[in-house]
Design a protein around this ligand. Structure first.
Ligand code: SAJ
Length: 395
């Protein structure tokens, strides 16, 4: 249930390993494209596998589910403005499945969810179908794949299997064993739900430490990239890299599943979110100040190159991107500024006019490095430009 970044690759890979799969999505365009062997997003190696499983009939897509033996809920769990998680898509998918469930079936939730969601969905099932209580296998099984490496990671990453009963864990492992070669780690549904949130929250806290270090080093007149390199020579220190903020729909979002549920207890996790959000504002302020200083020193407005819109290096995904927020913030704050926007991983953008990265770099007075794309690492340092390096291109 859900043919998105995770659901569709999972459906394709399971089908590719001999499982007969019905892929369900509420978006008729996604269903039509899938049956027409067209991917609705880019993922290396997936197109060829999709063609094979559609032609062999092992995968079929539809807007509604029909009777199966194992059901997987892989739909989004977005956030409302007040940082309260929205599990309505998980609930909707669950309710759609309820009439189809029969004794012995497996029901798995993969969507990143607040702790207790799997138990809540099981309750909803048993309220409608009390005869199924104890007769079906319910589990929570999170994924941890990295976009761009999904096929490899879906097969080789270890999986945490959180059954509501030992038998549910057994049945979920039996299913995933058909295509997962990583190890399986048994636990209960609540721990599995929290494990997914813990993985990403731990990363957010580690990144916040690096970002706070970068702000301190700016004041201290220390090169933070060099400092971190030295500290990481310690055999048990691994400080991550500062950036212009934290983006994407995982690391920037999952910690709120914990802070929303345990606001009193989760102080560091909440503070790390604040620090990572603040870093983007801090970068925007530094750009505006540099533009002002340039104009005072040179009696003319600067040409500014904003290098990078994607939320992380070498991808074309702009979702929740701090770089995009900084560009927008600076453009809105500085009237009729001469700003060139660069994003080598996309051809065009509906809002920003894009400039080639070499042209922008060569003609700019101020260069702002926001996303550490490989292309930018080929650019030569130039002493006669003001270079604001927020992502360690020049270190
Ligand atoms: N970032 C830094 N400094 C770093 C590392 C990352 O500023 O040292 C920034 C990135 O630029 C980006 C953000 O953090 O804006 C998130 O980047 P990411 O490398 O964590 O990548 P995601 O969000 O695509 O994937 C994460 C992964 N989780 C972990 O690494 C613990 C992935 O395994 C998960 O499957 C994914 O979240 C998810 O779907 O939850």
């Amino acid at each position: 249930m859900g043919l998105g970044y995770i659901g569709l690759p999972t459906a394709i890979i399971a089908a590719n390993h001999g499982v007969e799969v019905l892929g369900v999505d509420v978006n008729p365009d996604v269903v039509k494209m899938t049956n027409a062997k067209q991917l609705h997003f880019v993922e290396p190696g997936l197109q060829q596998m999709l063609e094979q499983v559609i032609e062999s009939g092992m995968l079929r897509a539809d807007v509604k589910p029909s009777v199966c033996d194992a059901y997987f809920v892989v739909v989004p769990t977005p956030f409302q403005g007040d940082h309260q998680p929205d599990v309505s898509y998980v609930e909707a998918a669950t309710r759609t499945i309820i009439p189809l469930l029969k004794e012995g079936d497996l029901f798995v939730i993969e969507s990143t969810s607040p702790v207790g969601t799997t138990e809540s969905m099981a309750e909803i099932i048993y309220q409608t179908r009390p005869e199924l209580k104890g007769m079906i296998h319910v589990a929570y099984c999170p994924e941890r794949v990295l976009p761009g490496n999904v096929i490899y990671e879906l097969v080789h990453n270890d999986r945490v299997i959180g059954g509501m009963t030992e038998a549910a864990t057994d049945h979920a492992i039996a299913f995933y064993s058909q295509f997962v070669k990583g190890d399986f780690h048994r636990t209960n549904s609540r721990t599995a739900e929290m494990c997914k949130l813990t993985e990403n929250s731990s990363r957010d806290v580690q990144i916040a430490f690096a970002n706070e270090l970068s702000i301190i080093c700016e004041q201290a007149g220390i090169n933070v990239w060099h400092l971190i390199e030295l500290a990481n020579k310690h055999p048990r220190v691994n400080i991550l890299q500062p950036g212009c903020g934290v983006g994407g729909h995982c690391i920037a979002v999952d910690p709120y599943f914990i802070t929303a549920a345990y606001p009193q207890e989760s102080q560091l996790i909440a503070k790390a979110r604040e620090i990572n959000n603040y870093k983007a504002r801090w970068c925007a302020e530094r750009v505006k100040n540099a533009m002002l200083k340039f104009e005072l020193d040179n009696k003319r407005k600067p040409r500014v190159a904003m290098m990078g819109l994607a939320f992380k290096p070498n991808i074309d995904d702009l979702r929740e991107s701090p770089a995009k927020r900084i560009v927008t913030d600076v453009m809105q704050a500085v009237s009729n500024a001469d700003i060139m926007v660069v994003e080598p991983n996309i051809k065009e953008h509906k809002v920003f006019k894009l400039t080639d990265y070499r042209v922008a770099y060569d003609s700019a007075d101020i260069v702002v490095l926001l996303t550490a794309h490989n292309e930018f690492k080929t650019l030569p340092w130039s002493d006669d430009k003001v270079i604001l390096d927020f992502c360690g291109i020049f270190k």
